[in-house]
Design a protein around this ligand. Structure first.
Ligand code: DUC
Ligand code: ZN
Ligand code: ZN
Length: 464
């Protein structure tokens, strides 16, 4: 007798699909096959797709930005939103600001997450102050405690590291068994392009993309990879948005370099042209790197299809649009340089990519599973516990109605935002039931589960 049986669905993994029942006991998948015995509870998944719960490897939750703003979502609202969108594991950041102990930062995030988390979570570290104590004493211990990844910024004055610091970080990460995530934009190029716009009085939100040119992302991506190779470190380029960044990634992988990379839904379905309207509403699209053009979009889809990009993460960075503690922190007439960067997307990540990718034939279903669940789990030390449907894995599943068509409306979403950059978009294919460690947390339009049900998942070091 199982605790729960998901019966008669089409089970999809990165290896293909099969018509099978999934048997769950004690929060774990214990059997997958035809005509399984009964469960205390059963869900009929006939005519539905059964997918591994998604793993969102890049999101910002209960995080203070370098300018002191908090994200709108905490671990509860973010987790509910994730679950309603078919994602059952998230990896947000524990962000160090200069002068802080990295260990103390991580402990504070643990404290806030423990009582509020709705889905399982890990932490990437953000290192902005790579002192010898941080790199030699704190980092190895934090990796051993289950955080084998850290992010560095090549831009933003309060966060950015120099090339020399980046080399020291790569070196320490290699020795500790961590992968280094890089926000790759050339800071001086961005400052120069920004200055040129401001000098012409071009300050509206829609001018933001021109202030962060694709060349700046391409140059920094190439440099980050070169420095990682020099130090022998594993490097992961986050939020790749353009052809200029894809080229050095593909070249590095062709020569066997240890380089991984992601893109995000906003770069796959939106372009800078969506912003080309006057007024503050366009601030909803401000993110960094910025939205690009149709040609970049095509290149990103091509890179997902041919395996040059490893995963799709949301980069959920929720700052409410019409809120003095959000995008309006400096008022409605603020220049684009003063508007917080970030787009929400935890809940829509998988439906957007399914709808725009699988239904259109740009990527296959098995690739969708790999890009949204299996690869992020594997790259970030969660596999096979997370990211697949197999005996022994956590019972994290989503049952999808692939024909369900909905128009995106913020009012239907579960995050703490007041606005979505994807508002009004028609999306076909949605999770109708989500199961997290064997518990039905989203079903028939209702959320079930308490704050604190999500657990920290210690991830495996790259040395293990
Ligand atoms: N970088 C991120 O990774 N997320 C939000 C904004 C940013 O610059
Ligand atoms: Zn970033
Ligand atoms: Zn981010």
């Amino acid at each position: 007798m199982f605790d729960l049986v998901v019966r008669g669905g089409t089970v999809a993994t990165e290896a293909g699909t099969e018509c099978a029942d999934v048997g769950i006991s004690g929060g774990v998948i214990t059997a997958c096959g035809r005509r399984l015995g009964p469960g205390t509870r059963e869900i009929d998944a006939t005519g539905r797709l059964v997918l591994p719960g998604g793993v969102d490897a890049h999101c910002h939750v209960d995080q203070k930005s370098s300018s002191g703003l908090m994200t709108a979502d905490d671990f509860f609202t973010a987790g509910v939103s994730a679950a309603c969108g078919g994602t059952t594991t998230i990896i947000p950041f524990a962000a160090q600001h200069r002068g802080q102990s990295l260990r103390a930062v991580v402990e504070a995030y643990h404290e806030r997450a423990r009582s509020r988390a709705f889905v399982d979570y890990g932490f990437h570290l953000i290192v902005s102050d790579p002192t010898p104590a941080v790199l030699e004493e704190e980092l190895p211990g934090l990796v051993a405690d289950g955080c084998p990844s850290l992010k560095v910024y090549m831009t933003y004055d309060a966060l950015k590291v120099t090339d020399r610091q980046m080399l020291a970080i790569f070196d320490a990460a290699r020795r500790a068994g961590a992968i280094v995530l890089v926000h790759a934009e050339n800071s001086d190029a961005v400052a120069w392009a920004t200055g040129r716009l401001l000098a012409q009085g071009l300050t509206e939100p829609r001018c933001h993309p021109a202030s962060r040119p694709a060349a700046a992302e391409g140059e920094a991506t190439n440099r980050a990879i070169a420095l990682a190779e020099l130090a022998g470190a594993d490097v992961f380029i986050v939020h790749v948005s353009c052809r200029e960044a894809l080229a050095p990634i593909a070249a590095a992988r062709a020569r066997g370099a240890r380089v991984w990379a992601e893109t995000c839904p906003q770069y796959l379905v939106l372009t800078a042209a969506d912003m080309d309207l006057p007024g503050f509403d366009m601030a909803r699209f401000i993110c960094s790197p910025p939205l690009r053009n149709r040609d970049d979009q095509d290149a990103l889809w091509g890179a997902l299809a041919d395996g040059q990009l490893d995963l799709v993460a949301s980069d959920h960075a929720p700052y409410r649009l019409r809120d003095p503690l959000g995008k309006m922190v400096h008022g409605e007439d603020a220049p684009f340089t003063k508007i917080p960067n970030g787009i929400s997307g935890l809940e829509l990540r998988m439906p957007l990519v399914y709808s725009a990718g699988v239904r259109t034939g740009r990527i296959a279903l098995a690739q969708f599973v790999a890009l949204t669940a299996t690869n992020p789990a594997r790259i970030h030390g969660l596999y096979p516990r997370k990211g697949t449907i197999a005996p022994g894995s956590d019972a994290d599943l989503a049952i999808w109605d692939t024909g369900l068509e909905r128009v995106v409306a913020q009012a239907d979403l579960h995050d703490a935002m007041d606005d979505s950059p994807f508002e009004g978009r028609v999306v076909t294919g949605w999770p109708v039931t989500t199961i997290a460690r064997g518990e039905i947390v989203w079903h028939a339009g209702k959320v079930a589960g308490e704050p604190g049900r999500g657990r920290f998942v210690a991830r495996t070091s790259r040395l293990a």
